[in-house]
Design a protein around this ligand. Structure first.
Ligand code: DLL
Length: 418
């Protein structure tokens, strides 16, 4: 494995140095030439990459392949207005499908299964990513996307669906709908691969019990590829990282030095074969620990522990990545509001809800009720445009949102991960 990773790392460094001005400049600033990187033992010499670097080079500035070789783009939220855009060559898509197919195999899915993909299809990597892997495996793919639970449960029964890929909170919602319909005895579901948001071992067990299935944890992020960077096997003792494609490091977010195996730190990835947008030492902000010991399942791939949170303020609401700063930027752009706002995130019937309370000038409260309603609608629209999620907006009087003495608090997250 190490020699394969080293050979691939050398190639990747060469590729980005010669094709991506951003990396060439960064390496030159560090006095590095591609020849200085001879293997993974040299990884710490290389510069880090952050989400902001992708944003600053929006949209295609970090691409390492000519546009004629890019066959797909996906995008996720940036820290402010601009999205983070990633591009895939045909080979990148093949590798992606291969990784997701491996993850599905870990969950016991085979070509004889019927799988509903109920992640969102579109710019989000969940839908098309899971879809590609399931097709590669040869299973029958039902591309549901999200949104119509009734149709999903009907098809689950009628098509004899045996596997599902969706967020864990959505699967709990589906389970409850099936319970209400009294349909649990009629379904043939046996496996689920869930990810895209944090969940606990308890929630996994609850899903397994409710539906009498095996539920697996799949991890990924669009910058590195999408779903299928890591997945847990039947022993559920951490997620196996596909180390032949992605080189993991776990670092201390302050010192930026590697922590010891088993210690919690920030997960960092270097892509080893990507052509469209290869990234060196991408700081995921996801907090985890790594275990290099072989697993009971026989796989020797390193395992990362279930995620312990993030080192930034990104929230995941209904699978969508949301930064408070996006809302702030949208409000400031509007002009009629102050940047004093509070996001209240909750989970009702296993579906996330978001209310944004916004302070507005006193005069709006003395104006006609119509004015207030119009402003509420306008703010809801502007925020929805900015974050891609429908929100409930509540206008509040000046100074009613508590001011903080230290770091401003913009989020109250009432979701309890069971
Ligand atoms: O969420 C890709 C994905 C789709 C993964 C479907 C799994 C299933 P992004 O939208 O770029 O990509 O969001 C990536 O989501 O940095 C984590 O913070 C979080 N995340 C993803 N999977 C998990 C998981 C997709 N299994 C961000 N557990 C990541 C906890 C997860 N957090």
């Amino acid at each position: 494995m190490t020699s394969l990773q080293s050979a691939r790392l050398v190639k990747t460094v060469d590729r980005v140095y010669h094709n991506v001005p951003f990396y060439r400049k960064k390496m030159q600033e560090l006095g590095l030439e591609p020849g200085d990187i001879r293997g993974i033992e040299d990884i710490e010499k290389l510069p880090f990459t952050t989400k902001n670097d992708l944003r600053d080079n929006y949209p295609f500035g970090l691409f390492a392949a000519p546009q004629s070789e890019i066959v797909r783009v996906h995008a996720s939220s940036g820290t402010t207005g601009k999205a983070t855009v990633v591009g895939y060559t045909r080979k990148d898509l093949e590798v992606w499908s291969e990784c997701v197919a491996r993850a599905l195999t870990m969950a016991g899915v085979t070509k004889d299964d019927v799988i509903q993909v109920a992640y969102g299809y579109g710019l989000f990597t969940g839908g098309l990513g899971a879809h590609g892997g399931a097709e590669k495996l040869g299973a029958v793919v039902v591309p549901m996307s999200t949104g119509n639970t009734k149709k999903l449960t009907t098809m689950m029964k009628d098509f004899g669906v045996t596997a599902i890929a969706c967020t864990p909170s959505y699967l709990l919602h589906i389970a409850e709908t099936l319970e209400e319909e009294g349909a649990i005895p009629d379904i043939k579901l046996k496996a689920a691969i869930c990810g895209a948001e944090p969940w606990t071992e308890n929630m996994r067990l609850q899903i397994e019990k409710k539906l009498n299935i095996h539920a697996h944890d799949i991890y990924g992020l669009s910058e590195i590829m999408g779903p299928g960077v890591a997945c847990d096997c039947i022993h559920h003792k951490g997620l196996h990282v596909y180390e032949d494609y992605f080189l993991p490091e776990v670092i201390d977010s302050e010192t930026l030095k590697a922590v010891k195996p088993g210690e919690t730190g920030e997960l960092v990835f270097t892509t080893l074969t990507k052509e469209g947008i290869p990234l060196l030492r991408y700081r995921t902000r996801d907090l985890t620990s790594i275990d290099y010991s072989p697993c009971e399942c026989g796989r020797t791939l390193a395992r990362i522990s279930r995620f312990k949170g993030r080192s930034d303020d990104m929230l995941i609401i209904r699978g969508v990545n949301v930064f408070p700063s996006q809302i702030e930027a949208a409000l400031l752009e509007m002009g009629e509001t102050t940047p004093h706002y509070m996001m209240i995130v909750d989970r009702v019937n296993n579906l996330d809800t978001l209310e944004v309370q916004v302070e507005v000038d006193e005069k709006f409260f003395s104006d006609e009720i119509k004015e207030l309603e119009n402003l509420t609608k306008k703010i809801a629209h502007v925020i929805q445009q900015a974050i891609g999620l429908a929100v409930k907006v509540k206008l509040v009087e000046p100074k009613s949102i508590e001011r903080s003495m230290g770091k401003a608090v913009h989020v109250i997250d009432k979701r309890k991960l069971v």
